[in-house]
Ligand binder design. Structure first.
Ligand SMILES: Nc1ncnc2c1ncn2[C@@H]1O[C@H](COP(=O)(O)OP(=O)(O)OP(=O)(O)O)[C@@H](O)[C@H]1O
Length: 259
């Protein structure tokens, strides 16, 4: 498989300020390097505060890195070039309702993505939105619905539709399946797997759930205290984890504080 995403020495420091004292530098993500092939899914696991969301935000361009680089198909993604980033990498979140605009219809929210990121005509945009709604298991009628008129599963489908409407190459899903009831979660997982197969999208899943990770991920990246401590094929890490943390995460998804 050809290399789609290359993360090279990417890191992030935050400055924690308290009153008038000089800020304290906190390293949320130590330099990290890995690659992802086209159509592959990567799961990022780790205990709370280990740097998973920071990594997701840097890849999606929601935060600028303190250093390092991200290459997509060999081309460097520039910090602040939102058009370049949004076209190729989209993010979906846990709080689907919170990430949708309550005052705009589903159709308008999908059209906005197309207006900002493509040169399609108005009619082509409407056609693309309707096609995308069908792809995620919604109906063209949902174009006219407001987010609060939908169930939580349908809201998450709208978020997925908004992410795929411009044919991105990578979707970063930050705990996007938490909070859905098990049957809806299974439907959304199957939808994501179908989209991966039909559209060749690569996924980066941030997840605490070993069951989901084992089901969807080709590779797993384990974070611990801001560092990548393990990275490899899912089948190999399940059989031969080299780190105790990996073993615990893949057994229960929960890490005790002493680790
Ligand atoms: N905007 C920010 N400003 C300051 N510090 C931050 C910011 N975002 C994250 N951090 C710090 O960076 C570290 C990593 O946080 P991050 O949210 O990436 O962890 P996480 O693994 O995603 O945790 P969780 O599973 O709880 O979401 C934490 O110590 C956190 O306090």
């Amino acid at each position: 498989m050809s290399c789609l995403l290359e993360v090279k020495g990417l890191y992030k420091n935050y400055i924690h300020k308290s009153g008038w004292l000089p800020g304290k530098r906190v390293c949320a993500l130590e330099p990290i390097s890995f690659t992802l092939a086209k159509g592959e899914s990567l799961a990022v696991m780790g205990e709370t505060g280990s740097g998973k969301t920071t990594l997701a935000k840097l890849i999606a361009g929601a935060e600028p890195p303190s250093g390092g680089e991200i290459l997509l198909n060999g081309e460097r993604l520039e910090t602040g070039n939102y058009r370049q980033r949004c076209r190729h990498i989209r993010m979906i979140f846990q709080d689907s309702l919170g990430s949708l605009n309550p005052q705009t219809t589903v159709g308008q929210q999908l059209l906005e993505s197309l207006k900002f990121n493509t040169d399609l005509s108005n009619q082509e945009q409407v056609d693309r939105v309707n096609e995308t709604l069908m792809k995620v298991g919604l109906l063209p009628d949902h174009f006219f619905f407001y987010p609060h008129m939908l169930s939580s599963g349908q809201q998450q489908r709208v978020c997925i539709a908004r992410a795929i409407v411009i044919n991105p190459q990578i979707i970063v899903a930050d705990e996007a399946l938490v909070g859905l009831d098990p049957s809806v979660r299974a439907q959304i997982i199957n939808l994501l797997l179908d989209l991966q197969q039909d559209m060749g999208i690569s996924f980066i899943f941030i997840s605490h759930s070993p069951e989901i990770v084992k089901h969807v991920a080709d590779k797993i990246l384990i974070m611990h205290r801001g560092k990548m401590i393990e990275f490899g094929k899912t089948s190999e890490l399940i059989k031969n984890p080299t780190e105790h943390v990996t073993e615990l995460l893949l057994q229960s998804g929960i890490i005790k504080n002493q680790l």
